[in-house]
Ligand binder design. Structure first.
Ligand SMILES: [Zn+2]
Length: 266
């Protein structure tokens, strides 16, 4: 029964998001599969975390859109998410939900899921709000000042936003856990989210494939074609590491940190 409700809820959310323009057609299909697994196998607590991430990040993507239009082209994809982005953010969660069905329910898998959601939420919040920083960001690896929106650049606003995104997931998690260890849980979820999003920036500064548009004289994640129509050429990173892989690594790091600290305590 829970599985049927889960699949129904996932279809409902995916259709609404597709109609609102937050998901492409392939993204909606991937959301039905990952959402169906997470809602159906994890139940209400898992559903709340996934929805907290999905709704808060969709709202932030749309907010301040006027101030962000000039930066939008720097990101390889617009605010409409395709299947690759959906799997990068929710794929690990779906796998953890599958693992959670094996009795006895392993508490650490729930904490790993919370850490993964905290990391992708932290990363989305810092990306969406960090571009509003009036102070130029600095490269996480070298400290060099870079243009706003550059992969691997961090700012104070971005870090505070990441903390906010992780904290929201942490609060949503402990609401479902009547436990004396709620404060410890909250702290390790926030920590997992922060470490995950900083790991995302480190990968963005080092191994992620970044391209150059000769017409606009700009760095971009877009390849093979920039938004202006010019072909882009790679300037740094490894050609096979795209933004979706970096996001998946971010969620994995969040899961490892949070679950790791949880297993330390228990
Ligand atoms: Zn261009």
């Amino acid at each position: 029964m829970q599985i049927l409700i889960g699949i129904f809820l996932a279809i409902l959310v995916a259709v609404l998001a597709w109609r609102a323009g937050s998901l492409s057609w392939s993204g909606a299909l991937a959301a039905v599969i990952t959402g169906g697994l997470i809602f159906g196998l994890g139940g209400p607590p898992w559903a709340v975390l996934l929805l907290t991430f999905f709704i808060s990040s969709s709202v932030l993507s749309r907010a301040f859109s006027k101030r962000k239009t000039s930066l939008a082209e720097k990101f390889s994809k617009g605010s409409q998410r395709d299947w690759g982005q959906v799997l990068a953010n929710g794929g690990l969660g779906a796998l953890l939900a599958l693992g959670y069905t094996i009795p006895p329910h392993q508490e650490w898998l729930w904490l790993a899921f919370a850490g993964a959601m905290a990391a992708v939420n932290a990363d989305t919040w810092s990306t969406e709000l960090g571009v509003l920083s009036t102070i130029p960001p600095r490269m996480i690896t070298t400290g060099q000042k870079v243009e706003r929106g550059t992969s691997g650049g961090i700012s104070l606003i971005g870090i505070l936003a990441a903390m906010g995104g992780a904290t929201l997931i942490g609060i949503a998690t402990v609401i479902f856990t009547a436990s004396q260890s709620w404060l410890y849980r909250l702290n390790i979820i926030i920590l997992g989210g922060l470490v995950g999003s900083l790991f995302d920036s480190i990968l963005g500064a080092t191994v992620q494939a970044i391209y150059w548009c000769p017409t606009c004289n700009k760095e971009t994640e877009r390849h093979p074609m920039h938004t202006c129509g010019s072909p882009t050429s790679q300037v740094r990173g490894w050609y096979w590491v795209n933004n979706d892989m970096v996001n998946f690594a971010c969620s994995l790091m969040g899961a490892i940190v949070t679950a790791g600290f949880w297993l330390l305590l228990t």
